[in-house]
Design a protein around this ligand. Structure first.
Ligand code: SF4
Ligand code: SF4
Length: 466
């Protein structure tokens, strides 16, 4: 790959760390588990995490949860996550607290461009080619979306019977491997499974913004009963999460608009629904009534982190732009929550928060309530977990926090492996790693520079594609 991202060498980095000359011997002193460079940089196979990632008990992610307080989200009263309306006037939240509606208008669009101009004095703002590539990247995102029961207008999914075949019959472990390989073939990056238990069921939203409930029932098939309810069969016991990448190279110049991650995810979504239906199983589209980062933490794709609006992956940082969710009755082996030290790293690292043009990210400690007095005043958050919460009233989804995470990898994967491995053993260097991230050029880029380097085919650095 080109040296567009950085010219820092492994030696420079180790020197900065105070380990040059001593090399891996010194690292080994910190971490007896480091035995050689192969192990240090071991990439994660699909179900084999690197040595420093621990698997936790089911329903017990690294974020602390008070199960007596944590309840299903009532969307008629709160504005959270991806359902944030762009303005108060187009809000579908009929019952929204009036003060919430008032706060929504506080956002000042365009501040992200000012931020970039300040950071890069030669940058004059988006040019015609910037607008063109950004908009063109989402031009194909016009496929009809699957509805609640997974049906897509214009698409007929053949049943096993229509092919004269029996429904697929595999063990839960075989099925997990099967969907993993199929979904990765379609373009997903990680495939994880959360079993729907009494606890994890609390992640499912209680209703739509207009108050239509999502109800679990002992029925044979999912159903949307017009203006009354969405019915999820209790026999559908698993929620599959599949992640799709943001344009790993282009996003480094965020804040700059591109929706290619959604465009790509939309294509994979169509493949996923077709595949599960064709294999003879339910495929309830759950992206609209489950939280991506919450499910990511429970299913072990990501950890809760300061970035708040996205979960953070030890291998892909904040670059999972599309986190598809689908409920199925296919028997599956659930995957466990993970602990890679990310939420601990975030305590000292505020890289993404300092790089937020809209001051929408928490800079303080993890807490049970909201750090922002405006949102705390009207209780505009999901209570019951101790963590970091996005300033929803201010964030216009500019994506700067996606491109800046210290856990992002890419063509500097070797250096980032050292960060990941070392932080898991000792927090001693966390501040250094966070500071060096920007100094060494891993953070935001001047958008004009993107046009001058050799970009990866189809938006992804190859080092992310494993
Ligand atoms: S939280 Fe992220 S997406 Fe929202 S304004 Fe800040 S940097 Fe942009
Ligand atoms: S940039 Fe730092 S604080 Fe933000 S999510 Fe990544 S590790 Fe955490």
């Amino acid at each position: 790959m080109s040296k567009f991202h950085t010219t820092v060498s492994r030696r420079d980095f180790m020197k900065g760390l105070g380990l040059a000359g001593a090399g891996l011997g010194a690292v080994a002193a910190l971490a007896p588990a480091f035995r050689d460079m192969d192990e240090l940089t071991a990439s994660s196979a699909q179900f084999k995490h690197p040595w420093y990632v621990k698997e936790r008990e089911y329903d017990n992610p690294t974020v602390e949860i008070d199960w007596n307080v944590f309840q299903r989200w009532d969307r008629t009263t709160k504005v959270l996550g991806s359902t944030l309306p762009l303005t108060a006037t187009n809000s579908a939240h009929g019952a929204l607290h009036p003060e919430i509606k008032q706060y929504i208008d506080l956002k000042t669009n365009g501040r992200d461009i000012d931020y970039m101009k300040e950071k890069f004095p030669t940058y004059k703002g988006p040019s015609l080619r910037d607008y063109s590539v950004a908009n063109a990247s989402s031009a194909s995102d016009k496929l009809p979306s699957p509805n609640f029961v997974g049906a897509t207008t214009g698409v007929t999914i053949p049943t096993p019977e229509s092919r004269g075949l029996a429904k697929w019959n595999g063990t839960p472990e075989e099925n997990l491997q099967t969907i993993t390989n199929a979904f990765k073939f379609f373009g997903a990056t990680r495939v994880r499974v959360m079993e729907i238990t009494d606890k994890s069921r609390k992640l499912f939203y209680k209703n739509t913004t207009s108050g239509m409930p999502y109800n679990f029932k002992d029925v044979e098939a999912p159903e949307e009963i017009a203006k009354t309810e969405y019915v999820i069969p209790n026999k559908a016991k698993y929620l599959i999460l599949y992640s799709c990448l943001e344009a790993t190279d282009y996003v480094r110049q965020a804040p700059a608009p591109t929706y290619s991650g959604y465009c790509h995810g939309h294509k994979v979504q169509a493949n996923v629904h077709y595949f599960l239906g064709s294999m003879g199983f339910m495929h309830i589209e759950a992206g609209g009534f489950t939280p991506a980062s919450g499910v990511g933490s429970f299913a072990g794709a990501t950890e809760h982190s300061r970035s708040a609006m996205v979960g953070t992956s030890y291998s892909h940082g904040n670059l999972f732009r599309w986190m598809g969710r689908v409920v199925t009755d296919m028997p599956l082996a659930p995957t466990r929550p993970i602990e890679a030290g990310i939420e601990r790293f975030c305590v000292d690292c505020m890289t993404c928060a300092h790089g937020c043009p809209y001051e929408s990210m928490p800079l303080g400690e993890k807490r049970w309530d909201h750090e922002n007095p405006e949102e705390e005043k009207v209780k505009n958050y999901l209570p019951g977990y101790k963590g970091w919460r996005l300033y929803n009233f201010r964030c216009p989804r500019c994506k700067s926090c996606h491109g800046q995470c210290v856990f992002n990898g890419g063509d500097e994967a070797l250096i980032h492996s050292i960060v990941r491995n070392t932080q898991a053993v000792t927090p001693l260097f966390n501040g250094f790693f966070a500071d060096m991230h920007d100094i060494f050029g891993f953070g935001t880029r001047n958008p004009d520079e993107w046009w001058k380097h050799d970009v990866p085919t189809f938006q992804f650095d190859p080092t992310y594609l494993y």
